[in-house]
Design a protein around this ligand. Structure first.
Ligand code: 0RA
Length: 630
């Protein structure tokens, strides 16, 4: 009997030491004593309720920030057991609240996985609270007990009765201001995490209320992480319905939702037992590896790749993925213990992802192709950016300036004051050089038809002399490397002949600018010079820009007029070219604008792609549209 008493006493002392340790080193249990640690107290209690939900006994969790600064977490689970604990001979609820590491289930079933950051349980919450009250509804009775920094204020008591089916736990706590620097709870911080918990535990309704401000939120997601991925993508342009799969291997449950958007950001959110694994880990590595392989396999099988396999970066551009795992014995590593270390998980996630994605791609070829195309776009942009970078590097190596020999630069250096004329052909280039105002107008003659960048590989684009001259003269670089700060002229003016060839060259240039220097267009730096079609002479010269206008002018001036048709820019003498097309006081310029980026993309790929007919039609239709900037 004495021996038994000693054993009991000894373990009791151990318990007290346990909670003392929590107060001595709170950060070891809740991460910090700052804002994050304070809110962790709420999550610790909520996680216990979520465990009840995972076990199938709870579907409602209510969190409220009370007017007196305390927080209440109420659930409709089974209620913490109240019967005497076999070892401690006190109600189980008292053990759970006052004994360190007693927070876990006594009957840890296969899926009873604690979601707490450190799995410390609610005893840590009570240890760090100046007051905590627990109400348990179980077996038709309502029980209550209160605790001060982890010590019971009185024995568990029955305070009322209720329906036998009405069960649950209600925990109210007042964080100890001797421990926490600030004990005020932040609604939006709780909101974010509780929403996340609701996404990760479908069909669990989580309510959040701030009794002071009367703010209220309810989270309930029947679609679980499918709704999560949609929610993350809600402001983005999704490319397809979410891909979803879930499978289990060796007790590890893998659940994943994937959705690509038209954007460029990669967003993979990993959760292990509902903990956001901010630092990544083996599950993320397994997922990424399988994603890259599954997409390359599909693309290869369907002969969609021309420049070899896609890289991981390519296939993750525009990707949003939610990866949620249930791991029975998770090993958390890293600075903030949010990196999954279990080595076996990598292979499990890899295999499940590979099989599931491959299956999905086979069954949904339209979506699969859309994803492959997205990755191909990324690949194109990436290699374009690399070429441009190399180009800039090469340019710097050759400095001073390293400007193309064909460029007739202007003398002013301030880009706000200068303009660059891109002129079709060397002869027109010659006239333009004579006609220009050297101070602020630079001329870059282009050899005939420039390369169609829509059809050429980036490698070809960046080894093309005309394009390299163009990029070097403009100065900004291209693609990811584009920098408006380096722009050497505030107006880039495309000046081509007023005929079909001229229109074609103009479209080729526009395609180049759209695909490689889009910000230049968005910033309003790109213009098209409008050159006249005719010169009508009667007393003085009239320049006419269209056939319609010519008719009107002839009607107005009578029938003995001299009409001269300009076949090309080269036919005009320098004075005429200056008067009609280059003098800022009298010239007409069309500013190039992109009204709808998606549509523009489609237009350029359609027009500059392989089909010739729609291109011709477009050029004929649009050649003389657009607003006029004088
Ligand atoms: C220990 C054992 C069981 C449930 C719980 C604890 C429990 C803890 C919390 C904390 C907040 N809400 C909670 N709900 C339940 C299992 C109960 C059983 O076997 O009946």
């Amino acid at each position: 009997m004495t021996e038994k008493k000693q054993t009991y006493g000894a373990s009791k002392i151990k318990v007290l030491e346990g909670l003392e340790a929590v107060r001595l080193r709170p950060a070891m249990f809740i991460g910090s004593t700052g804002k994050s640690g304070l809110h962790h107290l709420v999550y610790e209690v909520v996680d216990n309720a979520v465990d009840e939900a995972l076990a199938g006994y709870c579907n409602l969790i209510e969190v409220s920030i009370n007017k007196d600064g305390s927080v209440t977490v109420k659930d409709n689970g089974r209620g913490i057991p109240v019967d005497p604990h076999p070892v401690y001979k006190i109600p189980a609820v008292e053990v759970v609240v006052t004994k360190l590491h007693a927070g876990g289930k006594f009957d840890k079933g296969s899926y009873a996985i604690s979601g707490g950051l450190h799995g410390v349980g609610i005893s840590v919450v009570s240890a760090l609270s100046k007051l905590m009250k627990v109400i348990v509804k179980r077996d038709g009775k309502i029980y209550q007990q209160e605790y001060k920094i982890g010590k019971p204020l009185y024995k568990l008591k029955v305070v009322g009765s209720t329906d036998k089916k009405d069960t649950g736990t209600e925990v109210t706590f007042y964080p100890d201001d001797n421990i926490f620097s600030n004990v005020k709870f932040d609604f939006s911080l709780l909101e974010t995490r509780l929403r996340e918990i609701a996404f990760l535990n479908k069909n669990v309704k989580i309510k959040l209320a701030d009794e002071e401000s009367n703010k209220r939120e309810v989270f309930l997601y029947e679609g679980g992480i499918i709704e999560f991925v949609k929610w993350v993508n809600k402001t983005k342009d999704a490319l397809h319905k979410p891909i979803y799969y879930t499978k289990q291997e060796n007790g590890v449950i893998v659940e994943c939702a994937v959705q690509y958007s038209a954007g460029y950001q990669e967003n993979i959110l990993g959760f292990v037992n509902t903990i956001n694994t901010v630092e990544g880990g083996t599950h993320i590595i397994g997922f990424k590896t399988a994603l890259t392989r599954a997409i390359n396999d599909y693309a290869n099988k369907n002969k969609l790749l021309k420049n070899g396999n896609l890289t991981g970066d390519d296939v993750r551009e525009g990707l949003t993925a939610i990866l949620s795992l249930k791991v029975p014995e998770p090993q958390f590593e890293g600075q903030t213990k949010t990196k999954l270390g279990n080595s076996e998980v990598k292979g499990i996630v890899d295999r499940i992802t590979m099989i599931s994605l491959s299956e999905f791609f086979e069954e949904n070829p339209t979506i699969a192709r859309r994803i492959v195309n997205k990755a191909l776009e990324a690949e194109k942009a990436r290699s374009a950016a690399k070429k441009a970078k190399d180009l800039v590097r090469r340019k710097n190596a050759f400095s001073i300036g390293g400007l193309p020999g064909k460029l007739a630069d202007c003398s002013r250096k301030k880009s706000e004051e200068t303009e660059l004329y891109l002129v079709e052909g060397d002869s027109a280039g010659g006239s333009a050089k004579q006609a220009r105002n050297k101070e602020f107008q630079a001329i870059l003659p282009l050899k005939g038809k420039i390369l169609n960048v829509e059809k050429a590989s980036p490698a070809k684009v960046f080894s093309n002399e005309e394009i390299v001259n163009l990029i070097t003269a403009i100065g900004t670089g291209v693609g990811d490397q584009f920098s408006l700060d380096k722009l050497r002229y505030s107006k880039i003016i495309i000046m081509t002949d007023a005929d079909v060839d001229g229109a074609h060259i103009r479209t080729l240039l526009l395609t180049f600018f759209y695909r490689f220097m889009e910000p230049l267009i968005n910033n309003g730096n790109l213009y098209i010079a409008v050159s006249p079609l005719y010169k009508v002479r009667k007393r003085k010269d009239h320049y006419v820009y269209s056939d319609k206008e010519l008719k009107k002018v002839i009607e107005k001036l009578g029938s003995n007029v001299n009409v001269q048709r300009f076949k090309g820019l080269g036919e005009m003498n320098a004075d005429q070219l200056w008067d009609t097309t280059m003098n800022p006081g009298t010239r007409l310029l069309n500013k190039v604008l992109i009204e709808d980026a998606v549509k523009a993309d489609e237009t350029f790929s359609k027009l500059m792609g392989t089909d010739v007919e729609p291109r011709k039609k477009f050029i004929a239709e649009k050649a003389h549209e657009a607003e006029v900037d004088v």
